[in-house]
Design a protein around this ligand. Structure first.
Ligand SMILES: NC(=O)c1ccc[n+]([C@@H]2O[C@H](COP(=O)([O-])OP(=O)(O)OC[C@H]3O[C@@H](n4cnc5c(N)ncnc54)[C@H](O)[C@@H]3O)[C@@H](O)[C@H]2O)c1
Length: 247
């Protein structure tokens, strides 16, 4: 069960944090993983470390906001491996401020990376997945996209948008054997949350009924399950990994 041997996976934002944990776990399950990130050197190093620990991996510099660059990189992966079975749209950023003071550029960049980047990368793999008559697209949203959060209206809008996009895509692609699902993490201990003020982290942590922050591996486990053949009848769903913070 949960064997991904022979599958080719692409993960965005894979140089650190949740994307890296997802890449490592997919590789441990036997997939060949193309780790991609806007940070080219860091993602090369991350891929190198996956290989050093016995996995199959390659690193690619890829900015999800660069449509031509995404198409070229996915094209290169398809040329090398002839297929993409799993796409994990994980790249994401925050630029927090209350709506009253939010700069237009901070609205735009968050929507561009988190939501438009998810569309761009999904579109880039669709033809190949349709040809294969199968595939898994797993998009990383957030509990904030489900419940909202003061000071994160841009981030919440992007993450809620990912849910609507994924549910629509799931309906378009069901007949082709391609599933599209969302994983919505709660508060996960990564660089992204380490950047939040201590007071915000503490306030959020106190609201988690399970009594701890999540780990990147908690999220990776959910992604790996949705990537398997065993999850073939699950599509258009949001799997919350949030310690019962939002139910
Ligand atoms: N950490 C949390 O608590 C949490 C909670 C819910 C959802 N998430 C989501 O999980 C995902 C990963 O978050 P994380 O905590 O690991 O964050 P992180 O900041 O540690 O990692 C994000 C990765 O995305 C990459 N990235 C940023 N912009 C990019 C671009 N334009 N193109 C390609 N790559 C880009 C970064 O270089 C980095 O490697 C994000 O989508 C985030 O919104 C995180």
């Amino acid at each position: 069960m949960f064997d991904l041997t022979g599958k080719v996976a692409v993960v965005t934002g894979a140089s650190r944090g949740i994307g890296r944990a997802i890449s490592e776990m997919l590789a441990r399950q036997g997939a060949l993983v193309a780790l991609t990130d806007v940070l080219g050197d860091a993602v090369g190093q991350a891929a190198h470390e996956v290989v050093a620990s016995g996995g199959k991996a390659e690193g690619y510099a890829m900015d999800v906001t660069d449509t031509a660059g995404v198409q070229a990189t996915i094209g290169k992966i398809l040329e090398r491996h002839s297929r993409v079975d799993i796409l994990v749209n994980n790249a994401g950023i925050v630029r927090d401020n209350v709506a009253l003071r939010l700069k237009r550029e901070d609205w735009d960049v968050v929507l561009n990376v988190n939501l438009s980047g998810t569309f761009t990368c999904s579109q880039a793999v669709l033809r190949a997945m349709m040809r294969q008559r199968g595939g898994r697209i797993i998009n990383i949203s957030s509990v904030v996209g489900q419940m909202g959060n003061a000071g994160q209206s841009n981030y919440a809008a992007s993450k809620a948008g990912i849910i609507g996009f994924s549910k629509s895509l799931a309906r378009e692609l069901a007949v082709r054997g391609i599933t599209v699902n969302v994983v919505a993490p709660g508060l996960i201990d990564t660089d992204m949350t380490r950047g939040l003020p201590e007071s915000v982290r503490n306030e959020w942590a106190s609201k988690v009924p399970i009594g701890r922050l999540g780990t990147a591996d908690d999220v990776a486990s959910a992604v790996c399950f949705l990537a398997t053949d065993e999850a073939s009848y699950i599509s258009g769903q949001v799997l919350a990994v949030n310690g019962a913070m939002y139910t």
